[in-house]
Write a protein that binds this ligand. Structure first.
Ligand code: SF4
Length: 594
């Protein structure tokens, strides 16, 4: 069932009121890919009556007042993407389209959505039930953070939104605990994964530099961020306290990740896989095209790319669903009249982390001074793609399934590190699970930039590339690799971009169309570098391109080359936005098999 979004639907369910109303910056897609739908369904499953108001008009009370007042709390999220990222490009231009808005026009999501929606609720419901923030926007802005759009350090969004609580990270467990506690009239401030405002420092909490100090002094901000990052592990994380004005932001230790069985339960809840009919009249939601027939196999990522916030939001521990649960979801798809036989994606934040984790994390937490994949895969991480091969084989053997695509990004260094099952896994992908291309994310070619990004070097990439093309050739397929690249990352100069261009055209034999300009999103190490102009791990100064023109110029270095080659070779645009120039696989390269 869809969660109700109108008074009529509440009556049809014979509910006299709602316990919880969730307000979101996205259109209401009832799918396990939409955080608000997952939280709503988990609460429903726990016995609560939940309604959803999607993309309310902030200029009137007509939408926000539609369902009345909840009995327990309001849950407010900006949606699947931080509203500032959704509304503006990396160079500050307003985005015209929005993949999560019905009709696709970017005209429904306010800037700083969680603040706007909290204000809206308070405007029309004086002295109302607690307002609880959640989702990626709130999660990454839960402590003092650098905000690119105002070029300043902002305090916790909990203070700016004047909300009562903030649930950070994956809140499946904490949201039910919060609802239970509020229903019983108890105090929720000891729940894991919650932030609240306190007049003093709770016993046992670690104090980090205050908001004022962090805003004034970049060294203090760096110290604050290191402490914040290191205390993001559910096993070792301590409660944190940060003075924001005369009061303190308090963060309790992170929530424990769901077990595999619990993750199965979450994905086994009933989802419609569609846009709620109330919102359908405004048009289709583009994001649905991708997610309707896709399957999430796991959560979390231990890749720790410095520009990515997944480690802070989902955590560095990967947990995965059982094969049986994934197969059940695939079987259910085959009964959907719209299904044409293709599963569009089977993956997670990084597709090939499914079923691979370090056993030490459960007892000891993640290593504070060491990374699982950078600069090389840690020997304690037993990389074995055997589970994934078995899962993919079982999926494509199901009746009614014609094709299973792995479209999520993969870590090629993990495949290279798995001497036993890496080669057969890649063979499986090449033979059965690509839609003509495989996405890799080398992001850059230059060692100094790659080190600042926390990404592996080019040697493994080239060896992987050669092996991939050898397999596709042997199989007689026309498949190719696409590469995500980033311009203007901290530490990257125009000279580095010219070297990247030479590498991409000379070694990879490609003319990439999709070079992204780095966006300093809240709460990442790369954003810390952008703000401070220093390598946070060595303290050494680094070059940071901050001007809009300079950032665009870095991107254009790649595009200019494309134009030049286009004139020389004519257009050879391939699906997926990658242009290829003749490519010779060095068949002598056998490094993959070593
Ligand atoms: S031992 Fe290695 S794989 Fe395990 S958490 Fe530490 S760095 Fe990661």
């Amino acid at each position: 069932m869809f969660l109700p979004t109108t008074e009529e639907e509440i009556q049809a369910l014979r509910w006299d009121c709602l316990d919880i109303i969730l307000v979101t910056g996205d259109g209401y897609i009832d799918s396990p890919f939409a955080g608000v739908a997952v939280i709503g369904k988990i609460l429903l499953d726990a016995g609560y009556r939940v309604g959803i108001i999607a993309q309310p008009d902030t200029a009137s009370g007509s939408d926000i007042g539609r369902l009345g007042e909840p009995r327990l709390f309001w849950g407010v999220t900006g949606g699947c993407i931080d509203s500032m990222v959704a509304n503006y490009t990396a160079t500050g231009r307003k985005r015209r389209s929005d993949d999560y808005t019905p009709g696709g026009i970017n005209n429904r999501r306010p800037d700083r959505a969680v603040i706007a929606y909290s204000n809206l609720i308070r405007k029309y419901f004086k002295k109302t039930r607690p307002i609880v923030l959640g989702g990626i926007e709130a999660s990454l802005r839960r402590i003092a953070h650098y905000d690119f759009w105002s070029d300043s350090i902002r305090r916790s969004v909990l203070f700016d939104a004047k909300a009562d609580y903030l649930l950070y990270g994956m809140a499946d467990r904490s949201v039910v605990e919060l609802a239970d506690r509020l229903r019983e009239g108890g105090d929720p401030r000891d729940i894991r994964g919650i932030c609240y405002v306190s007049p003093g420092i709770p016993e046992g909490a670690l104090t980090v530099p205050s908001f004022e100090e962090s805003a004034r002094d970049k060294t203090a901000f760096t110290e604050m961020f290191h402490t914040f990052y290191r205390n993001n592990d559910p096993v070792t994380g301590l409660p944190l306290a940060q003075k924001q004005d005369t009061r303190y932001l308090v963060q309790t230790p992170p929530p424990l990740p769901l077990s595999g069985d619990e993750l199965d339960t979450v994905h086994g809840l009933q989802y419609e896989g569609d846009l709620h009919p109330f919102y359908r009249k405004a048009g289709d939601v583009k994001a649905l095209e991708t997610v309707r027939f896709s399957i999430t196999t796991h959560r979390g990522c231990y890749g720790e790319c410095n520009f990515c916030a997944i480690a802070i939001h989902q955590g560095r521990r990967v947990t995965w669903r059982s094969k049986a649960s994934i197969l059940d979801e695939a079987r259910a798809m085959t009964t959907n009249p719209r299904f044409r036989g293709t599963i569009r994606d089977v993956g997670g934040p990084t597709a090939n982390m499914y079923g691979i984790e370090c056993t030490r994390k459960e007892q000891n937490g993640v290593c504070p001074e060491r990374r699982c994949l950078f600069p090389k895969p840690c020997p304690h991480l037993k990389i074995d793609h055997g589970n994934q091969i078995s899962l993919l084989k079982a999926l494509r053997a199901l009746k009614g399934i014609k094709k299973v695509v792995v479209a999520s990004g993969i870590r090629h260094d993990m495949i290279m590190a798995d001497k036993k099952h890496g080669p057969p896994y890649l063979q499986e992908l090449v033979r059965h699970h690509l839609s003509g291309q495989m996405k890799l994310a080398p992001e850059h070619s230059e060692t100094t930039v790659l080190e600042l990004m926390g990404k592996p070097g080019r040697k493994d990439l080239l060896a992987f590339r050669n092996h991939f093309y050898r397999l596709t050739k042997e199989d007689g397929r026309k498949q190719f690799l696409t590469y995500y690249l980033i311009a203007a990352h901290p530490g990257c100069s125009e000279d580095d971009m010219r070297k990247l261009r030479a590498f991409v055209t000379g070694e990879l034999k490609l003319l990439p169309e999709q070079v992204q300009v780095f966006t300093p999103t809240p709460s990442t190490y790369s954003t810390l570098m952008y703000w401070t102009g220093r390598n946070p791990f060595t303290g050494k100064p680094i070059f940071v391109e901050k001007s809009v023109r300079g950032r665009e110029r870095q991107k254009r270095i790649m595009e200019n080359h494309r134009d030049k080659n286009e004139r020389m070779t004519g257009s050879n645009v391939k699906k997926g936005g990658t242009r290829r120039i003749p490519h010779n696989v060095r068949s002598s390269d056998r490094s993959f098999r070593k």
